[in-house]
Design a protein. Sequence first.
Length: 251
Amino acid sequence: MAASYSGLHARYRLQATWTAAIRRRLLADLPAERAGRILEVGSGTGVITSELSDRYSRTTYGVDIDPAAAAFSASYDVKSRFAVADGAALPFPDGGFDACVCHFLLLWVADPAELLREMVRVTCSDGHVIAMAEPDYCARIDYPVDLEELGTTQAEALRDRGADPSIGRKLRALLNAAGLTHVVAGVLGGEWSAAEDPETVESEWRVLENDLSGLVEPDRLAAYREMDERSRVAGERILFVPTFFASGQVA
């Protein structure tokens, strides 16, 4: 288990670097006196929960439906508390948390509205519910245009796996429908330069190859990768998956 989850942990840590700036902004809205109990739903290997625990002095909590992921989290982060639970049926009383957050979770949830209602339930009055990052693969931009099939096929692959590849654009509506007030939603920007991080590029390709397995022939995928590499060297490559965030307060 440790080896496989170490790989996932590395991927999640990389994802966390992409959203670090918006997390700082969203968490800055939490008054220090109201940041006593924070819950992350869908905590995975514990990357975000551990960061929250480091940021705030009191205990943070993480829940995940995967027992192995929860066990991995607890093995390296002894400050936080981790539990196995379905986000749509949280084992906590009403209003028990000052904030409830998720990060790249709603994409995979069959009923995100139900899960958000449960996050609202366990958050106290005037507390915050925050969706820190959710992608919108249906709005993915690939340039040069010969690479556009990568994005459209990835969205199809995610849909086949039960995901909602356009969840990002729905966040504002979902948080308002959950009864939250003062809802703010936005999208992360993009920046491209010659100083690309090879680890990020390699990680993205591993995910893409996994998503497209069985949908795109290996030879064709290899040709796309060569095209991608040439366009990066030429300073032409643009790959942008809009990633949305949203937050609101419990009435």
